[in-house]
Ligand binder design. Structure first.
Ligand code: BV8
Length: 248
């Protein structure tokens, strides 16, 4: 794969880089993307139907079991070369911020630090009563009761119709406003406000690289595109940048 030499010179000029990942980065770890049809028991539901406060209110047990099914898949998954490459890039580039829409925690397991989890983390649970426990241990039950107030626990993710946690929103906005290069990897750019971050970066003068299997609504904004699987594209980008680096 030949990489745009303008992109390589930009990457070599110690730029401030903000990366936004979506479920396409975890696809090669065996975690279904949101666009992939759900399988088995869950094939008759769409994620948008289940990942909402209304769905949880109406049928907490169904929603809890959907998340338990996803947690099981994630617990068995391993980070893939895309995750590891991003962790190495973060270690080598001082002004590197990683934002993720993914809730699987694979970036952290690959060694990335200070990951901004824009939509939370599926492996953590919190009390469904606002202001109660923000992080609670899971006991028995589908869903288990909060150990503090007995209200149902819920996964610590951001559902459709819920606001982005203030800290994540602030960090992501700042990192998108103040970067030289914004990189969107494995996201269909369908969900807002995450999908608006690339446009925000561009409006502040950043260049934009999109890494994806296909085109997306963001492709028209891209200064550079790497079309292909992230687990191959990112290691190849790393090799072109730093030929000596040993990628396992
Ligand atoms: C908000 C956590 C303000 C949960 C997720 C009506 C009422 C309220 C809000 C709205 C509304 N209508 C619209 C909205 C806004 C709404 C929204 O955007 N809806 C969409 C459906 C139109 N957004 C919200 O509600 C957000 N909050 O607006 O707050 C507010 C508050 C109250 C009232 C009004 C407004 C909150 C959204 C957060 C939802 N939570 N996740 C959980 O996981 O269960 S979203 C979830 O879906 C993911 O986190 C991610 O963000 C999204 C999936 O997108 P992708 O990651 O991009 O994945 P996808 O499968 O789509 O695409 C994969 C891509 O990878 C593809 O492009 C594919 O080509 C590529 N790919 C595949 N394999 C590879 C690859 N690329 C490279 N390599 C590969 N191997």
């Amino acid at each position: 794969m030949s990489i745009d030499c303008e992109l390589l010179s930009l990457l070599r000029a110690n730029p401030r880089i903000t990366v936004l990942t979506g479920s396409g980065v975890s696809a090669e770890s065996g975690i279904p993307t949101f666009r992939d049809a759900q399988t088995g028991l869950w094939e008759k539901f769409s994620p948008e139907e289940l990942a909402t406060p209304a769905a949880f209110l109406a049928n907490p047990s169904l929603v809890w079991r959907w998340y338990a099914w996803r947690r099981e898949i994630i617990a068995k998954a391993q980070p893939n070369p895309a995750h590891f490459t991003l962790a190495r890039m973060q270690a080598r580039i001082p002004g590197f911020t990683l934002l993720t829409q993914n809730v699987d925690g694979l970036h952290q397991r690959a060694g990335s630090v200070d990951v901004v989890e824009y939509h939370g983390n599926i492996m953590r649970s919190r009390c469904s009563r606002p202001g109660c426990l923000p992080d609670a241990p899971c006991g028995e039950g589908e869903p288990p009761p909060c150990p503090a107030c007995q209200a149902p626990l819920r996964p610590a993710v951001v559902w459709f119709g819920e606001s982005i946690p203030a800290y994540a929103h602030l960090k992501a906005t700042e990192a998108s406003e103040d970067c030289d290069l914004f990189i969107a990897i494995g996201t269909s750019a369908m969900v807002y406000p995450a999908a608006g971050l690339a446009e925000l970066a561009k409006s502040r003068g950043a260049r934009f690289l999109e890494v994806n299997l296909d085109k997306t609504p963001l492709s028209r904004l891209a200064d550079f595109r790497l079309q292909g699987p992230a687990a191959r594209m990112l290691p190849e980008l790393e090799q072109a940048l730093w030929p000596s680096v040993e990628t396992p």
